[in-house]
Design a protein. Sequence first.
Length: 94
Amino acid sequence: MSEKTQHCVKIIVSGTVQGVYFRAFSQKQALKRGITGYAKNLPDGNVEIVACGTESACQQLIAWCHKGPLLAKVSAVEVHPFPDCACFSDFSIR
């Protein structure tokens, strides 16, 4: 796969990840890596991140999600393919 090819994933992060600036820090990490998409809190207490960028940039973001910001306590990270990344022009917090 070429480094220029868009790679899109949905990441579900579980644990103590709401109320600890997880979305804001994930936005910072994504923008630093040229990733578009979004981060949002889910009703079950998890955070959902959709990330679209190069495969290596997405892998770096996934690796960061395993620890998250200082106050987070990540218990699990699930990664699923995301079919359509053409609809994102930036990385937003929802």
